[in-house]
Ligand binder design. Structure first.
Ligand code: ZN
Length: 238
């Protein structure tokens, strides 16, 4: 989280660039509301539309882990592998049953119509075509209205949708949908750069990055806003 980067840009072009812990930032953004009791400034919406209780069949996973070792010609009884099915089942459970915590905390905004851009959020996901890992760097931008999202929520939302079998283009769209729903605005942009093990460790065996994006509202309609957002992401990579 420490390397997440946050940019707040006012419509007058003044920029504020900070690498602070995201949890500290809503206060900085709110200025005068620092120190107010959380109940005064927080707003928590109704349940998440995408909230689904995903559970693994843990016993079945243990069996499958054992089966997998046999299928690839290993001896599940040899010392190094004795506990492997359990570790493997634990990992699947951790991945699938990920809990993003509260993603809906909102803060009252003192200045609306600001561009907020959060970038450098690295999330882990699994490609649904090959069940191989992909690392995705997520950047999110939106224009603030009456309420602003608590800044740690961007990372939670990104992880929430990464913790399932995924394709990169759907990850972009699901993050955009959720930010849009919670912040109550169409003006949302998401860019994801992914490194896929199914490309670098099998098949063509070439390292490379895949970039995909979703641009909605003013990010789609206004060239300048879109370029400003892309420029902020670019700056944060340096
Ligand atoms: Zn793949």
């Amino acid at each position: 989280m420490d390397q997440d980067r946050v940019h707040l840009i006012g419509q007058n072009g003044r920029s504020h660039n900070s690498h602070k812990n995201l949890e500290e930032l809503p206060g900085a953004l709110l200025g005068e509301q620092v120190g107010a009791s959380p109940t005064d400034k927080e707003w928590v919406g109704a349940g998440t539309a995408t909230e689904t209780e995903r559970k693994v069949d843990y016993v079945r996973l243990l069996e499958l882990g054992h089966e997998l070792l046999v299928a690839i010609g290993e001896d599940p009884e040899r010392e190094g592998l004795l506990d492997t099915p359990r570790r493997w089942a634990d990992w699947w459970r951790e991945f699938i049953e990920y809990d993003p915590g509260r993603t809906e905390t909102m803060f009252q905004s003192v200045a609306s119509n600001q561009m907020v851009c959060v970038s450098g959020m690295r999330v882990f996901s699994l490609c649904e075509h090959h069940l191989l890992p992909m690392w995705c760097d997520v950047s999110i931008g939106y224009i603030t209205g009456k309420r602003v999202l608590g800044l740690s929520k961007f990372a939670r939302i990104s992880h929430q949708f990464a913790h399932q079998l995924q394709i990169q283009e759907r990850l972009d769209a699901q993050i955009a949908d959720e930010v849009s729903r919670i912040a109550g605005t169409e003006d949302v942009a998401v860019v994801v750069q992914g490194e896929h093990l199914c490309m670098s460790a099998r098949g063509i065996r070439t390292q490379g990055l895949m970039t995909s994006s979703v641009m909605r509202g003013v990010f789609r309609d206004e060239y300048q806003t879109r370029m400003e957002f892309l420029h902020l992401i670019e700056m944060s990579r340096r």
